[in-house]
Design a protein around this ligand. Sequence first.
Ligand code: G3H
Length: 258
Amino acid sequence: SLMDQVLGMQQIELRLAEYLGIARCVIATGDSDKQNQVISRLGKLLYQLLADQLPDGENIIAVMGGTTMAQAAEQFENLETAKRHNLFVPARGGIGELMNVQANTVSAVMAMRTNGAYRAIYVPEQLSLNTYESLLQEPAIAEVLALMQGANCVIHSIGRALPMAARRKMSETDILLLKRKGAVAESFGYFFNEKGQIVYKSPRIGLKLSQLQDVPYVYAIAGGRSKAKAIAAYMKNAPKQTCLITDEAVASEILKGA
Ligand code: G3H
């Protein structure tokens, strides 16, 4: 019956959260690899979580990019109330990626769909260390960075290491390094091995993983069986308060090894 299915899914959500050592998992039916609309389902679930959980007052929501985040944003509706106001900021600078999946763009779409406010940051993500250091001194950038660092909510996706490296046009040398170090996952510009250890950091402007530890609301949204290994790896060292929004295919793949 439908009731059994709902109860069954709740059991799987609890098992997955326990296995990954994070606060909560919310699982949509299907496999995002096979049906693109499953990503929209993840987006709807994420929206409902935000609507239920974001506290009253002024929230600052730092948002990452990627195709999952961009599609999820399309599912958002109003999140403003008389008592609750949300400011969306990108969690990092631009990137060697298409405009529509940049953190800046996703953050602006989320703000517009939810009737919130947003601030953009106009810097490329792939930077040399020298350029990076000097950009941090720019007042307009420093201001958005300060907002980012005061975020009480972070929303991000998780990708597979090598596809992400290729999409961001990383150098052959860096890609070889990633392979040698066994990188399987990417998030926030960090690459992780199967144990969840950081094996590479892109020089970039944005939130650092260490800054996530004190953020009360952290949502990771990623689906598709092909991402199961990347998601499991990232979660090994993810902030414990993380809520993962994923699909059935990922859950069954990860729990297969449990
Ligand atoms: O950091 C992770 C990536 O942004 C995920 O990208 O949603 O396009 O797979 P994706």
